[in-house]
Design a protein around this ligand. Structure first.
Ligand SMILES: [Zn+2]
Ligand SMILES: [Zn+2]
Length: 356
């Protein structure tokens, strides 16, 4: 089959790759319809290996580089492994992509995304930038009626936003500040309202992204280049600051800014994978009892299941987030390099391995 394979930094090759084996017990084989390019894929391309095992195989999957990337995808079941119930050939599904051992301390507490052997499809085993991929059915969800595979791809990033709001405890009447209006930030905006926020303020440097945030109902959209964000959020919140801050900007500056936007006892959720030290003065954080919360990925039957339902009932607007559709052979030029060159004009680029 055709696949986009990570060999090393700046070395992703679209090439012939062996088909996945017949699905093992509890697995299905999926013919991938669409797979989204994620910021994590971009980081593996630019700075990798970050998650991809290169020295020794992942303990759960036994796989290491070269690796097929892609962890946001949807497609059709074409083969069913032994012992599978509830899934049949022809079903249109999207997998959550986090494989866990089911036995370790964290798995027994159902914190499966903290599994000691955690494996992510498309990073620690072959993923969705390929014609076919195998996935365990415990993590697979049927797309609800009316949800196309293109929109189904957004279940994965939407579940990241669901989890961030879950960990923030976003609730009725909260005033929420979202930093960054990329795909994740815009999904944070939408899910914050769904969780009960009365106002959601979005900070974003790029004008076209600010426009999308406005269309998605942001109470106020601010450019940190035009206004002092700390002052602006204070003014919008009666001098207090935001109850919840969701950091989806992913730079040292935005991470350092996040706690400054929060009110006393406010909750600040960091959900980007920024890999550099960030200087922060903790003195005001201690005095104001600011809660700094890391939010990693999602749990399949909590966050991912919720995201699928929200897409199914059209309470998340996914279509405006899709800004590109390309074939697999173009993934480097029109996918990764395009995102690097024209960050502002792109949100989610979808890749179809079935074209051409
Ligand atoms: Zn991702
Ligand atoms: Zn485990």
């Amino acid at each position: 089959m055709k696949a986009a394979v990570w060999y090393g930094r700046r070395d992703i090759r679209v090439e012939e790759f062996p088909d996945p084996p017949p699905p093992a017990r509890g697995e299905v084989k999926i013919q991938v319809a669409w797979c989204g390019v994620c910021g994590t894929d971009l980081e593996e391309y630019l700075y990798g290996p970050l998650y991809i095992p290169v020295d020794e195989p992942n303990p759960l999957t036994g796989r290491m580089a070269p690796m097929i990337l892609g962890h946001e995808f949807a497609g059709t079941v074409v083969e069913v492994g032994p012992g599978v119930e509830g899934f049949k050939i022809g079903d249109v599904i999207t997998p959550d992509t986090l494989i866990h051992c089911g036995e370790c301390y964290w798995c027994r507490r159902h914190q499966v995304h903290q599994c000691e052997k955690l494996a992510i499809l498309g990073l620690m085993t072959d993923g969705g930038f390929a014609e076919y991929v195998n996935a365990p059915t415990y993590m697979c969800f049927h797309l609800p009626p009316g949800v196309s595979p293109e929109v189904g791809v957004l279940a994965e990033p939407a579940s990241v936003a669901v989890r961030a709001n879950r960990l923030a405890g976003t609730s009725f009447g909260d005033r929420v500040a979202v930093i960054g209006a990329g795909t994740i930030g815009l999904l944070c905006l939408q899910t914050a309202f769904l969780a009960g926020a009365s106002e959601v303020y979005v900070l974003e440097v790029d004008a076209s992204r600010r426009e999308v945030a406005s269309q998605m109902g942001a109470t106020r959209v601010l450019s940190p280049q035009d206004v002092d964000p700390v002052q602006a959020i204070k003014e919008l919140t009666g001098g207090r600051g935001a109850d919840v801050v969701l950091e989806a900007g992913g730079t040292s500056d935005t991470i350092a800014l996040a706690p400054q936007l929060a009110c006393k006892r406010g909750r600040v959720v960091l959900l980007t994978l920024h890999n550099e030290p960030v200087p922060i003065n903790f003195f005001p954080l201690v005095c104001d009892e600011i809660h700094i919360i890391g939010s990693f990925s999602h749990i399949y039957d909590e966050d991912f299941a919720a995201a699928v339902k929200l897409l199914g009932s059209a309470r998340i607007a996914a279509e405006p987030l899709i800004t590109g559709r390309i074939g697999l052979e173009d993934i480097v030029e029109k996918g990764l390099e395009e995102l690097l060159a024209n960050k502002a004009s792109n949100l989610k680029i979808l890749v179809s391995p079935q074209d051409g």
